[in-house]
Write a protein that binds this ligand. Sequence first.
Ligand code: AMP
Ligand code: GLY
Length: 422
Amino acid sequence: MNILVVGGGGREHAIIKKLKENKRVSRIFALPGNGGIAADAECYPIKATDIDGIVSFAKEHSIDFAVVAPDDPLVLGCVDRLEALGIPCFGPRANAAIIEGSKVFSKNLMKKYGIPTADSETFDNYEAAVKYLRGVDYPTVIKADGLALGKGVIIAQSFDEAEAAVKEIMCDKVFGASGSRILVEEFLTGPEVSVLSFTDSKTVVPMVSSMDHKRAGDGDTGLNTGGMGTIAPNPYYTAEVSEECMERIFLPTIKAMNAEGRAFKGCLYFGLMLTPKGPKVIEYNCRFGDPETQVVLPLLESDLLDIMIAVSEERLSECEVRFSDGAACCVVMASEGYPKAYKTGYEIKVGDLAENEKVYIAGAKLEDGKVLTAGGRVLGAVATAPCLECAVKQAYGLVEKISFENAYYRRDIGKRALDCKK
Ligand code: AMP
Ligand code: GLY
């Protein structure tokens, strides 16, 4: 089979490596992929947002199955376009991807169907938003409606901060059209859990839970990033919590999307906060998380391609989805300075890997046969082990085997999870 994977980060590398375990896979094309993914797939420089380019490529390369991984092409209707060519896909159509593409849509969905989430108000007018912000408790949360490269959420500690954020989003349009509407949301507290799930709109199968580490610095300090590391499973997500989430969040969400005529097929990501009043939805993503995928897929014992095809054919209930009961840890190695300015172009060297170690490349280019750094987040060093403590230790051992100039990584990935277990 010829497989097309749209995207080019660490998440896509993890997906591609897992797909390659299936014997029926003959070729994998990655658009655009990256210099590290090039070791595992044929990469072509077509951007994930270039839907016309992707469609022409798919026509020319006899693609049997496509996996669209990032949010933007999903929201832009990449799956609709590929399906129109007769190519089966893993990923939601545009009318379902809106669950991530519009935070106003997803908030209204949750309100309408009684799915637990933070209270909020929607505004499309700057003056009305500011007036409202004078009367709320702080901290408060401000969210741009549309996709904003993961930066559209601002936690404002005071009215002044909130007003400045709303001005940037609604008047200065720092996120473009994504900011023409905003949500002002109640600030929730509690441990965060990421739950990725497979769903074909009839059945929903949660994957092993995980925990992201979004801040740049140790002890959850510094700027927000795309994610500096992950662990799985998330120890806060007990069997009891998981049952409650299935009943009150996962199944109601799938049913709500069906009732709205927006059947969701693909990976639905539930970003949850375990508040004192029970689990609540912080965000939905219409795709695999990054870097959650880098710890979730190495624990998947069943065949990923078989599951993805079953999802696209709406027969997920017939498919085995089994995870190992071990643990995984991913330490993201970034370029010093990320998420602000950083230098790139340094050679990445990786020592010999043990069977339970993986390196997923996120930001790299190939030049004269050398793999050079080419992004803020450069790679994920991942280890699986029978217990979380061993996985964390081994992932940091793996980091020692990897070198590039200007490397920066957090030293405390997994610490909070291990503290929870004590
Ligand atoms: P997002 O960009 O949607 O992933 O959100 C970024 C982060 O903002 C989340 O991971 C939470 O830590 C935080 N956040 C979002 N909504 C809320 C909320 N209502 N209360 C507290 N924190 C929030
Ligand atoms: N790790 C969070 C996300 O993928 O959105």
